[in-house]
Design a binder for this molecule. Sequence first.
Ligand code: HEM
Length: 415
Amino acid sequence: MAHESTYKPSTGIERWLDSRLPIPRLMNDQFMVFPTPRNLNYWWTFGAILTFMLGVQIVTGIVLAMHYQPTTEGAFESVERIMRDVNWGWLLRYAHAVGASMFFLAAFVHTFRGLYYGSYKAPREILWMLGVLILFLMIATAFMGYSLVWGQMSFWAVTVITNLFSSLDSVVPGLGTTLVQWIWGGFSVGEPTLNRLFALHYLFPFVIAGVVILHIWALHIPGSNNPTGVDVKTPSDTLPFHPYYTIKDGFAVVVFCIVFGVLLFYAPNWLGHTDNYIPANPLQTPPHIVPEWYFLPFYAILRAIPDKLFGVIGLMGAIIVLFFIPWLDTSRIRSVSYRPIFKWFFWLFVICCLALGYLGSQAPEGWYLFFGRVFTIYYFAFFLIIMPVVGLIERPKRLPGSITESVLAKHGGAA
Ligand code: HEM
């Protein structure tokens, strides 16, 4: 939100720096006095939680990389050595693996928060699209990281997912196969594949960090949305970011760390698959190839579609459609709290995503396959039909006149 700079350099060094590289001014204006809606609830703390988790993943990842060996002979053993022989290696590795799950959990909550409160609507379209780009980069990064363990599930996940590109053979004969072999760096998943997966897994988190900076920049132009979806109108609708939201975000990060800690110290393998403790064996396929939990809804969509090429299109489409939400939603107002009809469809969509997650973990046959198809249809219908149509026909509830008015109505006190 455009606001006058309040920064006053008080020492000689501050004045010297301010006319050369004014980082203290930037920090003061953007993270200390920044006017922030006064009614943000705890769903707005997940951005800070995500920033914290990105830091955790980068720090633990760099130290892991100091002990990891990206060769088909050495990879699995080097991970075991980290677990058994490297000082605190077990903690580093579990923090990184459980951390990936916690990172996705936070990203999903953050995304659904945006969906519920209409934070993707004008003027925040670019902010939202950068978020979807981050989600896409997170998916690619997690996939590549999982492959590095070089256990059975790692190896076969890489085989299955890279093979999806071969579906392009049905468009241009030979194109898919050529592309897959180019990705592999050979005629099967092997050492060159592992090497490039490692190189890119190291690179991508820094690309994500760059996009996060753009994401927050794009947030600070219009400022945060809020639970009413009503724009900030007067200064009394806002609070300075510090100390009000620094303390709220800090508290949320601590609570999040307690949940993270419980998983990390008491159930570090709960979300993983036992087969990934078996070294990769190209001659033996595991009985069920299942991805990590955060990919299951997408996996369910892939398998619900009988044709390979269309399955891949469905898989990619499930993410790509998110880029277009700002234009697919025709509602005049932002927050689902004031949308009596759309609210039902929204919660059904949440159930749909959870159901797809469960179905993705089951063998694609019988009722599992049937419901996989039903929920896949609902997933796309939600964005492509329900969002545009309901927005046009629904009559929203009366919005509060301002953020301050809604806060006072709730707490019945003076401003
Ligand atoms: C590494 C991952 C991410 C980081 C570090 C991050 C960081 C942040 C931060 C710090 C904020 C401001 C605080 C808040 O509103 O929670 C924010 C807001 C926002 N983010 Fe993200 N984000 C990430 C991923 C995503 C994703 C995947 C999406 C959606 C697809 C997204 C969409 C948004 C939107 C729409 C807002 C504005 C919310 C509002 O003002 O109502 N972000 N993000």
